[in-house]
Ligand binder design. Structure first.
Ligand code: ACO
Length: 420
C-alpha cells in the first residue's frame, strides 16, 4: 500500500502526490498546488478541528473506545492507585517515580508552596467580588515578575525549577483567591500536610488550631485532580502552546491557559450542570425536562463530548468519588436527580442514537458543591491539576525542533486597494 495521497486539481487538471505520515498530510505540501496569480493551496479549519498542530507523547485518547491514558497508563488505574503528585510526576517526566524519586519530588514541591508576600498583596488589590479565576490568572502571570529567569527555557535546570514552582504554588494562589472573595484572612501552607490536605486547609481553616480534613474527602480530591490533569490538545493547552511558541516562560504561557479554561465552553460546564439540576428541582420534573431536551429547547448539560462518543471514562470514576463524598457530607437531593436523569437518558433512543453519555462535568460540580465551594471556584479547581498537564505540554513545545511560532493563515474577506 502506497503511503501517499494523489490530489487532482480540477482547475488545472494537474495531479500531485503528497506523502501520508502518521495518517496525516503535511499542510505545507499543499502549497505546491496553485493556479496563476494565486498563492499555493492551504486548508481552512476554524477551531483546528481536523488539524494536528504538534506531536505529543503525553496523553492518548480514543474517543470511540472511551480510552484515556496518561503516558500509556489507563486513567482508571492511575485514579485508583496513585496520588495526584505521582501522576504529575508521570506527566512531567514520562514515567512513574520510584519511592526515592517520589519522596524527593514531594519534598521539593512542598518546600515551594509559599508565594512572595507581594503575590498576596496583588490578590488583595483586586476588587472584593473579583472572580477567583480572574485573580488566579493575574497572580500566575505576575509570577513572571518574581522569576524572570523562567524565560531561560533552553536550560533544562531552569525548566525543571519553574515546573516545580508552579505545581507547588497553584493551590496557594487558588486558596488566596478564594479567601479574598469571601473577605477571609489567608491561610499559609503547612508542610506537614499532603498536597491536597494542605489545599483543603488553606481553603477552609477558620479558628480551629488545626484543620483536619476527612480522609475520604482528601482522596476524592486526589481523584478529581488526577482526572483533570491532562486531556491532550484541548483549548487551554492549545493556548499554552501558542503563547509558548513565541518564546514565553511557563508563567506567561500558563496564565493564557487559565484564561482559556475560564471560558464557559471549556471549564464552565459543571457549573451549568448545577444550574440545570437546580432548575429541575425535583425528580418528578425529570420527564418534562427530558422532553424539552428532545424537542431541542435546551441541552442536557454534562452530556455529550466532542471526542468521547462512547462513554467519558472519567465520568464513571467521578460518579464513584461522588458517592464517597456524599457519605461524608450527607446526600444532596441534586445527586438523586442527577442519577435518575442519567439512568433515563442512557435508556432513551434520542441520547443513544446521538452517542450522548455523561461527561466529566456531569458529577464534578456536585462534588465541589458538597465540599462547600461556590460555582466560581469550579474552574479554579480544574486549573490546579491541569497545571501539570499544561507544563508537560509546555516542556514538549519548547524543545520540539519541528515547532514554529504559531501563526495561522487567514482567508481575507475585507476591502482592498482603498486610498484616502
Ligand atoms: N443534550 C442534548 N442534545 C445534545 C447534547 C446535549 N448535551 N449534546 C449534543 N446534542 C445533540 C445535538 O443537538 C446534535 O443533535 P442533532 O444531530 O439532532 O442536531 C447531536 O447531539 C450532535 O451534537 P454536536 O453538537 O454535533 O456534538 P459536538 O461534538 O459538536 O458537541 C458538546 C459536543 C459541545 C460537548 C455537546 O455535547 C454539548 O454541548 N454538551 C453539553 C455541554 C457540556 O456538557 N460540555 C462539557 C464537555 S466536557 C469538557 O469540556 C471538559
Amino acid at each position: 500500500m502506497s503511503e501517499t495521497l494523489t490530489i487532482t486539481d480540477n482547475r488545472t487538471g494537474q495531479s500531485y502526490e503528497v506523502p501520508i505520515t502518521d495518517n496525516t498530510i503535511n499542510a505545507v505540501d499543499l502549497r505546491q498546488i496553485s493556479v496563476p496569480d494565486q498563492p499555493g493551496l492551504s486548508t481552512y479549519d476554524p477551531g483546528l478541528v481536523n488539524t494536528s498542530a504538534c506531536r505529543s507523547a503525553v496523553t492518548y485518547i480514543d474517543g470511540d473506545a472511551g480510552i484515556l491514558e496518561y503516558r500509556g497508563y489507563p486513567i482508571e488505574q492511575l485514579a485508583e492507585q496513585c496520588t495526584y503528585l505521582e501522576v504529575a510526576y508521570l506527566l512531567i517526566h514520562g514515567d512513574l517515580p520510584n519511592p526515592e524519586q517520589l519522596a524527593a519530588w514531594e519534598a521539593s514541591i512542598t518546600q515551594r508552596r509559599f508565594v512572595h508576600e507581594n503575590v498576596k498583596a496583588l490578590t488583595e488589590k483586586t476588587r472584593h467580588d473579583a472572580h477567583p479565576m480572574a485573580t488566579m490568572m493575574a497572580s500566575v502571570a505576575g509570577l513572571h515578575t518574581f522569576y524572570p529567569a523562567g524565560r531561560r527555557y533552553d536550560d533544562p535546570a531552569s525548566r525543571d525549577l519553574q515546573v516545580r514552582r508552579l505545581i507547588a504554588k497553584m493551590p496557594t494562589i487558588a486558596a488566596y483567591s478564594y479567601r479574598h472573595s469571601l473577605g477571609l484572612p489567608y491561610v499559609y501552607p503547612l508542610d506537614t500536610l499532603s498536597y491536597t490536605e494542605n489545599f483543603l486547609a488553606m481553603l477552609f481553616k477558620m479558628g480551629e488550631p488545626r484543620y483536619k480534613a476527612d480522609p475520604r474527602l482528601v482522596r476524592a480530591l486526589e481523584v478529581l485532580f488526577i482526572l483533570h490533569a491532562d486531556h491532550e490538545q484541548n483549548c487551554s493547552t492549545t493556548a499554552v502552546r501558542t503563547v509558548a511558541s513565541a518564546g514565553n516562560d511557563p508563567y506567561t504561557s500558563i496564565s493564557a491557559g487559565i484564561g482559556a479554561l475560564f471560558g464557559p465552553l471549556h471549564g464552565g460546564a459543571n457549573e451549568a450542570v448545577l444550574r440545570m439540576l437546580d432548575r429541575i428541582g425535583d425528580q418528578s420534573n425529570i420527564g418534562s425536562f427530558i422532553d424539552g431536551v428532545k424537542a431541542g429547547n435546551e441541552k442536557l448539560m454534562g452530556f455529550g463530548h466532542r471526542v468521547y462518543k462512547n462513554y467519558d471514562p472519567r465520568a464513571r470514576i467521578i460518579k464513584d468519588a461522588c458517592h464517597d463524598v456524599f457519605e461524608v457530607t450527607g446526600v444532596n437531593p441534586k445527586l438523586e436527580i442527577a442519577q435518575e436523569l442519567e439512568a433515563i437518558a442512557l435508556e432513551d433512543e434520542y441520547f443513544k442514537e446521538r452517542k450522548l453519555y455523561p461527561n466529566v462535568d456531569f458529577y464534578s460540580g456536585l462534588i465541589y458543591e458538597a465540599l462547600g465551594l461556590p460555582p466560581e471556584m469550579f474552574t479554579v479547581m480544574f486549573a490546579i491539576p491541569r497545571t501539570s498537564g499544561w507544563l508537560s505540554q509546555w516542556l514538549e513545545q519548547v524543545v520540539d525542533s519541528e515547532q514554529k511560532i504559531a501563526r495561522p493563515k487567514q482567508i481575507y474577506t475585507g476591502k482592498r486597494g482603498r486610498s484616502l
